[in-house]
Design a protein around this ligand. Structure first.
Ligand SMILES: NC(=O)c1ccc[n+]([C@@H]2O[C@H](COP(=O)([O-])OP(=O)(O)OC[C@H]3O[C@@H](n4cnc5c(N)ncnc54)[C@H](OP(=O)(O)O)[C@@H]3O)[C@@H](O)[C@H]2O)c1
Length: 396
């Protein structure tokens, strides 16, 4: 029985809180802190007042330290933004508390994410006998676990991987992002990057696309993006020869994004507006639909999986491990759309495995460094079933 502190009461953080309450045999009390207190209050009402709430600016390490000391949780789940990763890790170090997140650190003034900043905390977490688990969402998160599971139970050796991510849903808005708009747009407008024959290759943003046949969805155009799990998987699974990440976007979405880019609205360079410095992208985030309020009219489903080629008893085979998640189901269960749900459920599972000692270690870890089986066992029980199918024609 353990206390948990969730920092960030946004779209995905709300799902984590609700799923922790549904696993009360492990999470004895659920505490949620966030920058805007009204979001905590709304969440508390939705949770029948069964959570404890606090206002917190997690950029201020000492404030987070004080709150952790007041609550004394076993683990802090960081569901705020990637900018808060290092300050929250610092607070966990000072209070000797386990740490977990779903997105890797990114400095606010540079749109570049990289695990090294967090891997550099390994010795510090090790010295206090605590764990920092990085990237326990869906992608990264479940994708890393799918690949580890394939390496443990299906393949003798894994060579090529294509992570494929399709949101075949319709929320009814002309343009909206499914998670924090600022982080989402920074990610998509970065250069693409993939790993091939022991080399990292970069391409201009959204310059490579191809049709992909998504199971239970059909053919969709997907774009090659850089995604953070590529970095850790290449480090931890050295047999990988090629790994790429593909995500679908509708033409409408990309047209809106192009226009916004062309008029400078996606820039993070501050401009002067009525005597105040504002970053256009931060302003844009404020006028776009909030990802936590998309679910009521959301139809359709997400399909995220890992297409893996390797050897089984000497023969080259390709398998796809994937999950389908319906927006209407997740709305009904926790009042959230499927992208928040597929992020929040694995975050709860990661914390559960740490608190029940099924995943343990001192230092900073990525998901693929642990036994995949307990995580794979939890996924269907917690609302994210998965399947493995044969693939006749892998992506070239
Ligand atoms: N791995 C995956 O599969 C995956 C998928 C999607 C998202 N993610 C990650 O999940 C995280 C949350 O995404 P989301 O869609 O839930 O975003 P969101 O709806 O914008 O929620 C973020 C929450 O964090 C709060 N916050 C921001 N800065 C804070 C600070 N300094 N101190 C305390 N709270 C702060 C925000 O407060 P305000 O209400 O004041 O803004 C908001 O409530 C992001 O890091 C995102 O990259 C991971």
């Amino acid at each position: 029985m353990s206390k948990v502190l969730i920092i960030g009461a946004g779209a995905a953080g709300q799902v984590v809180a609700k799923k922790c309450l549904m696993n009360s045999d492990v999470f004895s009390s659920v505490h949620v802190a966030s920058r805007t207190f009204t979001r905590c209050e709304t969440l508390k009402e939705e949770c029948d007042n069964n959570i404890h709430i606090y206002q917190l600016d997690a950029d201020v390490v000492n404030d987070t330290v004080k709150l952790i000391e007041q609550i004394n949780p076993e683990i802090v789940i960081n569901m705020a933004l990637p900018y808060q990763d290092l300050p929250i890790m610092d607070a966990c170090l000072k209070t000797k508390t386990h740490y977990m997140d779903t997105a890797n650190y990114e400095p606010k003034d540079t749109p570049k994410f990289c695990y090294q900043w967090q891997w550099d905390y390994h010795e510090s977490f090790k010295s206090i006998n605590r764990m920092a688990l990085l990237g326990s969402g869906f992608d990264p998160g479940v994708t890393n676990v799918f690949i580890k599971y394939a390496s443990q139970t299906i393949f003798d050796e894994i060579h090529n991987i294509d992570i494929i991510d399709c949101n075949d849903g319709d929320h009814g808005h002309p343009f909206a992002t499914n998670f924090n708009p600022e982080i989402n747009i920074r990610e998509i407008t970065q250069e693409g990057k993939y790993y091939d024959q022991s080399e990292w290759k970069t391409i201009p943003a959204l310059s490579v696309s191809r049709p992909i046949d998504f199971p239970e969805v059909g053919n969709k155009k997907a774009y090659l993006l850089y995604h953070e799990e590529l970095e850790s998987l290449v480090k931890h699974l050295p047999s990988i020869k090629r790994i790429r990440f593909w995500m679908t976007f509708s033409d409408t979405y990309l047209n809106h994004l192009n226009v916004l880019q062309n008029v400078g609205m996606t820039s993070i360079e501050p401009i002067q507006f009525k005597g105040q410095a504002i970053a256009p992208l931060e302003f844009l985030k404020e006028v776009l639909p909030n990802p936590s309020q998309l679910s009521a009219n959301y139809k359709g489903k997400t399909c995220i999986g890992c297409m893996i080629t390797g050897t089984i008893n000497g023969a080259v085979k390709t398998k796809l491990i994937y999950n389908i998640c319906h927006h209407t189901d997740t709305h009904k269960e926790v009042n959230a759309q499927a992208v928040s749900y597929t992020t929040g459920v694995p975050a709860m599972i990661g914390a559960k495995l740490i608190l029940t000692n099924k995943w343990h270690g001192d230092g900073v870890f990525n998901m693929e460094q642990f036994d995949a089986q307990p995580f794979m066992d939890e996924l269907p029980k917690q609302g994210l079933p998965w399947k493995v199918i044969d693939v006749d024609s892998p992506l070239d």
